[in-house]
Ligand binder design. Structure first.
Ligand code: SAH
Length: 384
């Protein structure tokens, strides 16, 4: 036979043992095969020793002593285990085990909290649960690739984030700044291979903000330059989710710096245009007469696939065929490749050199000024 002893403190007034006796009644009703006896440490009979003798006499082979107190007091730490040892010696045929104090059980702790809340409600203390506050989503520019070109704010947010949603332009060197335990989600986005549709990314940001305090949406370059940051803040504000924006060094600045030419110049370019070469229904829908105007620099993002059309249209609209062109692939990274060529030749040169995205196409006389710079790495501080 297996048995339980419900061990209470005891009191001079037997009525105080009421809750313990009720628990015994419930146990006996629900588990008829189990022998359940009360026992008390003070004043009330039976004492622990008597309860064990009683159950041993009834043939109990295993007895578990369950202290029905909320906290482990001095009597449990010192006296009780010695007292149990002495009882064990008297009943060698009976396995006697001490269970944890009732108050340590999670159910009891939960019940105490419910009980206290109930008491508070009865005392007219308002208990409405506040609306859960959503976290904040940070649209963070990760810069062109080199982690040392992150802003301090970006590096801090990456290290702090509970969740990071990044796209394919964000390199491992940057993700390595995240702490362990951060939920890291790849949202992808490569020309003609969109891993997640934008609507799904927006929905994911909203869902993550409901679960986490700090969500970082990490984007290559600057989030507001061909980064669809505008669509994301629209989706976030429609859901009432607070957001912040951290600008990043855009590919045009990063590539020009690491390939060594300026984007504007008093004599060659008094205007700078950033254009997307992304194909829409197989063609680049751009204002070609405006882009072919002299004395400006035109930078094409996502333009590799459209290089033939870019070259043809600019020449057709009046730019000289020998206008200098730079194509920079993986600018600022160790794997950077830069090609210096001219407007009529760059599509074939690009193919020969096997330049694939991500690459930036820069058209204009500023490219002529290129000089090989020292790598930014030469002046790097220890890692951020
Ligand atoms: N928000 C980004 C641009 C995203 S569009 C920014 O501000 O830079 C993606 C395009 O950016 C690529 O197709 C490529 O044209 C360009 N790009 C981004 N990083 C680059 C890099 N390190 N080197 C060359 N081009 C890059």
């Amino acid at each position: 036979m297996n048995a339980l002893i419900l061990l209470g403190h005891g009191a001079r007034d037997p009525a105080w043992a009421g809750p313990l006796m009720k628990a015994r009644e419930t146990l006996t009703r629900e588990h008829p095969a189990l022998a359940v006896e009360p026992a008390f440490l003070e004043f009330m009979p039976p004492a622990l020793e008597e309860a064990v003798s009683m159950l041993a006499a009834r043939g109990a082979a295993r007895i578990t002593v369950v202290p029905v107190f909320l906290a482990q007091g001095g009597h449990l730490k010192n006296g009780l285990s010695e007292r149990l040892d002495a009882i064990r010696r008297r009943h060698p045929g009976c396995a006697l085990r001490l269970a944890p104090v009732a108050g340590e059980a999670p159910e009891v702790i939960a019940a105490i909290a419910t009980h206290a809340a109930h008491a508070a409600a009865q005392a007219d203390i308002a208990l409405e649960t506040p609306e859960p506050r959503p976290g904040k989503v940070w649209l963070v520019g990760a810069g062109p690739g080199d982690p040392a070109l992150l802003t301090l704010k970006a590096a801090r947010l990456i290290a702090l984030a509970d969740a990071i949603v990044y796209d394919h332009l964000v390199g491992d060197g940057i993700l390595a700044l995240a702490r362990s335990g951060t939920e890291i989600v790849y949202a992808g986005k490569e020309a003609s291979r969109h891993t997640l549709p934008q609507a799904q990314i927006n929905a994911m940001l909203v869902a993550l903000a409901k679960r986490h305090a700090t969500v970082v949406r990490l984007k290559g370059g600057d989030p507001f330059i061909f980064g669809r940051g505008g669509e994301e803040i629209e989706a976030l504000s429609a859901e009432g989710i607070p957001f912040g924006i951290v600008p990043g060094i855009t590919a045009a600045s990063g590539c020009a710096a690491s390939a060594g030419f300026p984007l504007t110049h008093r004599n060659y370019a008094r205007m700078l245009t950033l254009a997307t070469g992304h194909l829409k229904n197989g063609s680049v829908e751009l204002d070609w007469p405006a882009l072919a105007r002299a004395r400006q620099t035109v930078v094409f993002y996502m333009g590799v696939a459209a290089s033939g059309e870019i070259s043809r249209q600019l020449i057709a609209h009046g730019l000289p065929a020998d206008t200098p062109v730079a194509v920079v692939r993986q600018g600022t990274l160790d794997s950077q490749a830069a090609l210096f060529t001219r407007l009529d030749e760059f599509p074939s040169r690009l193919r020969e050199a096997n330049i694939t995205p991500p690459a930036l196409i820069v058209v204009g006389n500023v490219v002529r000024l290129n000089r090989t710079p020292h790598k930014t790495r030469d002046c790097e501080q220890p890692p951020l």
